[in-house]
Design a binder for this molecule. Structure first.
Ligand code: BGC
Length: 871
């Protein structure tokens, strides 16, 4: 028996985090079978657990335990222990300043704004130091050094937040950094706070027009006395060599620039918004070495073989007047290419370097596979490697199979996740966008949470969503953080409106998805108001529009980027957007009812009733008897007329709206919206017709794509579902693989079969939305299905059904009780299946013939059953 992977709110040993609640979680592993076990959780201020400040027990199978936080005090390291029988494990978490007022002042400088500033303070410590903590926040982005050593291993701190609503400071244990005489140095750059950001050419000074810093260094001496070194006007400020920096454009360092003193001033900005971090650190997670070559235009290029998010680092030789690195995703005609980055320059420039040194940027990041190098020769360029940056998340799913291209697809999906999980879940990491689009993560959250322990990362994002929602009377914006640009001459409708289906539904889909994967009741409870506010927002508008329980008003994106209009390059799909919106209204009301029920909250009944009413409205609007109504009133509704107008205005096209598209039919089937079994069969037949019409290809966009393969499979159109997954010509996932993709594309035709990019207006090679196919591979092919949301017995269903395209497959999912492993192999029609069931886990194995087997802890081998049937 073993207990490990101790976490608090999804983070191991969180230092100086904000705790609205405490959810303790751990992994329990054992080779034996255990009936119910009772775990004891104890919290103490000392690591010997002499004085216990909290103690509780749980017999949950899910190894999580949530408690309220009234006993927490500021700046304390709490030790916690979880034990069962004779095994136990200990970890700790530490509080930040909590409600303590800040002694320090925000400081800035008097001179006109410069691109980057260095703040410094020297001081001596006259006594022996027992411990020291630094609490600090530099806005836009900062790095801190003590005695010239970088503090902490994180970059791009503090990350991207709604700085107008919350300002998250960091805590560092700097005990080992301090000496008798000390120098603390903060480098502060622009970042998202004041650098050019947001599409449409960008806006500057979004959150503030000058960099600023607040810092308190709390020193505890061995004699028990304390001292606080705090930011104030006794600090120095100077200019530094970073002469330009921005998220989109990159960084310019000029070593000939003379550092000039600046006048430090106190910034009177309020300290009210300061709060301990909940954003995870962004770290250098991997390094990649380049392949070096000359492109057809004789440019020197580094190819890292993988599209990543991050930067490069290496040894820059002495006496280099100008070195330029340009970052791009693809080659075109054998040449470096970057036009699809739109206005983002993505450059790292070093001027007037006179001595050999290690160099990297600090206040930017790039989405790239290729780097064009100017000013260095091949041997010099070889000394640079790529550093992969993303928020620190634990991986939990492993996959391999006999199908090389499928393996590559799963790898591409995982990379798009890593590359876009940088502080917030972004749409893409390279062009002038990189924003937290809510719709993209709504459709990808399930896959993301199989791949990684997403609790803290998405929990943090949801906090941003919630804060923005509070400003918008319940509406959820298209992206969070949501910069307030309406009064800055912003014209784009996305910057002036909020509250559309799928995008806004992140507010209910993410919390319920996180609960299904991680069973964190504290996290779920913290999201209840956000969930209710979102549904109430739709409901109130629905009431204003006559209480029809249809979401057929306002502004909708519909099935974004679908192909079914047949108009190349358009962003609009053919599916009735009122159908999509109303199904998501139903989904959100149901999610909210489920969440409230799980929290024993009686408000659940309102949302259950609402969900039922919406379902009834869907049935009466979209069906006549058992037949799908092909000309429902919604085709002429406000929302469709608006969308059609938008099509004409922004796309120059006419949208012909339909209900019986692949997307429309898949949604109806997946959400169980049909009046009878015979109506369901009619939907299935129609879906089959649509597949035949398209030659077996998908025509779906952001909304339909995650549902279509599941809908086909669940309708016994199994070979159609497999052909979709294994299809190799455009449009398909494996077409991207065939074209050499190492991440998933934004559009099905991002690159055309002739290798040419299909357009440059909105075309990224690194968008995760279509990566949602991975949950189909996990749930339908490997067949692992999570316990039902109300299940308390940790019972997974495994119903493997292997396609003829494969003859070997292995999937391993890390769970709170160890690894569920499914290993399947076929040799000469001889099937071997092995399933490893971890401790305290039940598996309901459903064979193809309907036979069920109950598996408990242990290893099971089967060779006598059929798991393959494509027809
Ligand atoms: C983004 C998307 C997003 C969409 C919504 C795009 O520019 O990259 O992924 O969801 O806009 O309109």
């Amino acid at each position: 028996m073993q207990i490990d992977q101790l976490k608090v709110n999804g983070v191991s040993t969180p230092l100086g985090y904000h705790f609205d609640y405490l959810t303790f979680s751990w992994r329990f592993q054992s080779s034996e079978f255990h009936e119910q076990l009772t775990f004891k959780i104890e919290i103490s201020k000392d690591d010997c657990f002499e004085e216990i400040v909290f103690s509780g027990v749980t017999d949950s199978y899910y190894n999580t335990y949530t408690v309220t936080t009234e006993f927490l005090e500021p700046r304390i390291r709490y030790f916690w222990r979880v034990s069962v029988d004779e095994v136990s494990a200990t970890s700790y978490f530490e509080t930040g300043k909590m409600y303590e007022p800040w002694d320090a002042d925000w400081i800035s400088y008097e001179e006109p704004t410069i691109e980057s500033v260095t703040f410094k303070k020297t001081f001596s410590a006259e006594k022996k130091i027992s411990s020291a903590r630094l609490y600090s926040l530099g806005l836009g982005l900062y790095e801190v050094f003590i005695n010239k050593r970088k503090v902490g291993d994180e970059y791009l701190t503090p990350g991207y937040h709604s700085y107008d609503l919350i300002q998250q400071y960091q805590t560092y244990d700097v005990t080992e950094f301090l000496q008798d005489s000390n120098e603390v140095t903060f480098l502060v750059g622009n970042g998202w706070y004041r650098g050019r950001f947001v599409f449409e050419g960008g806006f500057e000074n979004i959150y503030g027009d000058k960099q600023k810093l607040i810092a308190e260094l709390h020193i505890l001496y061995s004699d028990g006395s304390t001292e606080i070194i705090k930011s104030d006007t006794t600090w120095n400020a100077i200019t530094n060599e970073i002469v330009e920096n921005s998220i989109y454009d990159g960084e310019i360092i000029d070593f000939s620039s003379k550092c000039k003193p600046l006048t430090v001033i106190m910034d009177k900005a309020s300290k009210q918004l300061l709060r301990e971090r909940i954003d995870l650190p962004i770290c250098n997670m991997e390094s990649l070495e380049p392949y070096i070559f000359r492109d057809t235009a004789n440019n020197l290029l580094l190819d890292f073989g993988q599209e990543i998010t991050g930067w490069i680092e290496g040894v820059l030789p002495a006496n280099k007047p100008k070195v330029v690195f340009k970052f791009g995703e693809i080659l075109q005609d054998g040449q470096f290419y970057s036009e699809n980055l739109r206005t983002a320059k993505q450059e790292f420039v070093i001027l007037n370097n006179e001595k050999e040194r290690i160099i990297r940027p600090r206040f930017t990041f790039f989405g790239f596979r290729y780097v064009k190098v100017e000013g260095l020769n091949e041997a010099e360029a070889r000394r640079f490697s790529a550093k992969v940056l993303h928020s620190v998340l634990e991986e939990r799913f492993e996959f391999s199979s006999s199908h090389r291209k499928l393996n590559q697809l799963i790898s591409n999906i995982r990379w798009s996740q890593k590359d876009n999980f940088l502080s917030i879940p972004t749409d893409c990491p390279q062009r002038d966008e990189r924003m937290g689009w809510t719709g993209d993560i709504t459709v990808f959250a399930n896959t993301a949470s199989y791949n990684m322990e997403t609790r803290a990362f998405l929990g943090h994002f949801l906090k941003m969503v919630e804060l923005e929602q509070e400003q918008l009377n319940g509406a959820v914006p298209f992206f969070a953080p949501y910069p307030k640009l309406a009064d800055k001459d912003a014209h784009n409708p996305f910057l002036k409106s909020a509250g559309s289906a799928v995008w806004g539904d992140a507010a209910t889909v993410l919390p319920i998805t996180l609960f299904r994967h991680f069973r964190d009741l504290g996290l779920l409870k913290s999201h209840l108001s956000m969930m209710m506010n979102w549904v109430d927002y739709i409901y109130h508008q629905d009431e204003k529009h006559g209480g029809k329980r249809l979401w057929d008003f306002g502004f909708q994106l519909g099935d974004w980027l679908a192909l079914d209009l047949g108009i190349p390059g358009t962003v609009f799909g053919a599916t009735d957007s009122a159908l999509i919106a109303t199904i998501y209204y139903y989904y959100s009301a149901s999610n909210t009812a489920k969440a409230l029920k799980l929290c024993n909250d009686s408000r659940a009944s309102f949302y259950s009733k609402l969900a039922l009413e919406i379902r009834t409205a869907l049935l009466t609007t979209y069906f006549i008897g058992d037949e799908l109504n092909l000309i429902p009133v919604t085709l002429q509704s406000e929302v469709e007329l608006n969308r059609q107008e938008m099509g004409r205005l922004f796309g120059g096209i006419d949208i012909s709206t339909r209900v019986d598209t692949q997307t429309g039919l898949s949604l109806l089937l997946r959400f169980g919206i049909y009046p009878s079994e015979s109506a369901r069969l009619k939907l299935v037949n129609k879906l089959k017709e649509r597949m035949i019409e398209s030659g077996g290809a998908l025509t779906t966009g952001f909304v339909g794509t995650p549902e279509l393969p599941h809908a086909l499979f669940e309708s016994e159109l199994v070979s159609e579902a497999y052909s979709l997954l294994f299809r190799e010509t455009s449009p398909s996932w494996l077409f991207e693989v065939n074209m050499g993709a190492t991440t998933t594309w934004e559009r099905w035709d991002s690159i055309l079969p002739n290798g040419k990019i299909s357009g440059i207006e909105m075309n990224s090679m690194n968008h995760y939305a279509y990566g949602a196919i991975e949950d189909f591979v996990i749930e339908k092919i490997i067949g692992i299905n999570l316990p039902d949301i109300n299940d308390n017995t940790n019972t997974y269903t495994i119903s493997p059904r292997y396609p003829s395209q494969l003859d070997f497959l292995s999937g391993k999912l890390e769970t709170v009780n160890g690894t569920i492993a499914v290993n399947w192999e076929i040799q000469n029609e001889n099937v071997k299946l092995r399933i490893d069931v971890p401790a305290r886990t039940n598996i309901n194995l459903i064979l193809l013939n309907g036979e069920r087997k109950a598996l408990r802890t242990g290893t099971y081998q089967f060779s006598d059953v059929i798991f393959r049937n494509d027809s």
